[in-house]
Ligand binder design. Structure first.
Ligand SMILES: N[C@@H](CCC(=O)N[C@@H](CS)C(=O)NCC(=O)O)C(=O)O
Length: 195
């Protein structure tokens, strides 16, 4: 989404996590996506890629007041570290040998905290999408997908409305466009975003 918002065109290589190409592991041995190869350096964290894209052009993003910027940094960190940690364990308890319910509850505590703090009219800070929306909505979406009924019944109405606005936005639909997995035997070049 940050690439779309900042019109930062890249060559996109879709990767199957079950079959990561050697070319990816060679530049980023930790084996997580997304990875951005800038040739002079490799960015292997979503937040670094978002920051790089926004340094290219952040004109489509909401401009924070100092206080909003602090709130935003607080929640971006909270989601990138704690929410993601609990979300992974909520979704894959077998992989982590833990109890899914414990981590579902920790996710809920964070959802309640942000629900208390936002207006969602329709984005977190109003009419214009912000860096905070871009950074945390994909995590909230994954939490919903893990158990939609549970997610909808927790009373976080503002979060539910925010997510529903996000999922029907043109930005999200463009970002979700499907690509064939990149095949080193027959490498196709896809430019993303395409316009
Ligand atoms: N902190 C990293 C986490 C990235 C991450 O965990 N990505 C998952 C997919 S959402 C992944 O690549 N997992 C590797 C795997 O499942 O093999 C980031 O924000 O970029």
């Amino acid at each position: 989404m940050a690439l779309i918002l900042s019109s930062s065109q890249c060559e996109l290589r879709e990767v199957l996590l079950k079959n990561k190409p050697e070319a990816m592991i060679n530049i980023s041995p930790k084996g997580t996506v997304p990875v951005l190869d800038l040739h002079e350096k490799i960015l292997e964290e979503s937040l670094d890629i978002i920051e790089w894209a926004m340094n290219n052009d952040s004109s489509k993003l909401y401009v924070f007041s100092d206080q909003e910027s602090e709130i935003s940094q607080y929640f971006i960190k909270l989601f990138d570290l704690q929410f993601k940690y609990h979300l992974d364990r909520y979704k894959y308890p077998n992989r982590y040998e833990c109890l899914s319910e414990d981590h579902q509850l920790e996710c809920l505590k964070i959802l309640i905290e942000i629900d208390d703090c936002i207006d969602a009219r329709p984005w977190i800070f109003g009419e214009t999408i912000s860096l905070l929306d871009v950074c945390i909505l994909p995590f909230i979406r994954q939490c919903k997908i893990a158990n939609p009924e549970w997610f909808q019944s927790q009373g976080c109405i503002k979060v539910i409305n925010l997510l529903s606005h996000f999922e029907s936005s043109e930005l999200f639909l463009n970002a979700m466009e499907k690509y064939e997995a990149w095949n080193p035997e027959d490498p196709q070049v896809n430019i993303f975003p395409s316009k």
